[in-house]
Design a protein around this ligand. Sequence first.
Ligand SMILES: *Cc1c(COP(=O)(O)O)cnc(C)c1O
Length: 380
Amino acid sequence: MKKISYGHQWIDRDDIREVVKALKSDWLTQGPRIRDFEKALCRRTGARYAVAVSSGTAALHIACLAAGIEKNDEVITSPVTFVASSNCILYCGAKPVFADIQEDTVNIDPKEIGRKINKKTKAIIPVHFAGHPCDLVEIHKIAGKYGLIVIEDACHALGAEYKVNGRWLKIGSCKHSDMTVFSFHPVKSITTGEGGAVTTNNKKLYERLLVFRNHGISRDVSRFIGPWYYEMQHLGFNYRITDIQCALGISQLRKLKTFIGHRREAARLYNDLLCGIEEAELPVERDGYRSAWHLYPVRIKKAQNRKMVFENLHKNKIGVQVHYIPVHLQPYYRKSFGYKRGDYPVSERYYERAITLPIHFQMKTAEIKYVTGIFKKLIR
Ligand SMILES: *Cc1c(COP(=O)(O)O)cnc(C)c1O
């Protein structure tokens, strides 16, 4: 039997055909497929603008730059996330400040955000952990009150939705934020190999994102001086994505609904097979939310057993993972900012018991039954 990995891409013949077409075209990069992919992202999310880049990390970085985050600023994010959510703050020379999580969703707790705001606070980066949207309405309210920018890290959450006043809103629509960031790494909702994007409804931010993607160069000044002219006003990067990748992205986006539907069914099956088990706590989906189910993170009641359970699952070819070691406990963060164990107790308690069971488009019912069968025996 092949090892069941915690996440995996799904590439079909249509994807391959689109990529081959791009390879045979005149454009390998900076061609028409980038705009087409961005337009498709706008259609899928409901946002006015999208800027596709070389990775989710690059997308987070240019979003922070577009937001004007710089030295002496503070930015609030969740401790339970991939380090990239917080590293983008460091890239801008600002200080990452964490706010502890809600016990049930593992998402940043709006009440904790309120306690971390001071005069230096510039932005909030809520992370939709495992694909479950944060309480964006509340976060938006807090941001409005203090004049903060909201950048959603939706790297887990392309395809997720949340309900406001009886209406379902798509993550990425930026109805309650300034920008939303996505990743198209192979384990995420859709893939372009490496890749990412930022969506926004704000034209000024959109224009800044374009500039930071391309060395900080803007060309719209050429009309003043001459057609050859370009100007570098900011320090940007080469974070461009290729047409080859966007060909794959366009084709993958067509399958997004199917992908998310399958993940939701896999999650439901896990819930059914594991419900009523005393030794584990299952991930929740709050009323009014539709998770993208990027992950299926379970909490083992007996934290001391986690290592044994983890090792034995791998011995049985089940590629479980732990998402995530709280960022503030990483040595770099401890050294740079003096963060220590005990600073974010809810996050730390979550981490000690967390184990992510495999969930992705290729997973079959029999595999989920196999995983839960072994998992149940191990946690006893
Ligand atoms: C994957 C991920 C990123 C980074 O995306 P890359 O495309 O790998 O650079 C950032 N934040 C979160 C929460 C992620 O899961």
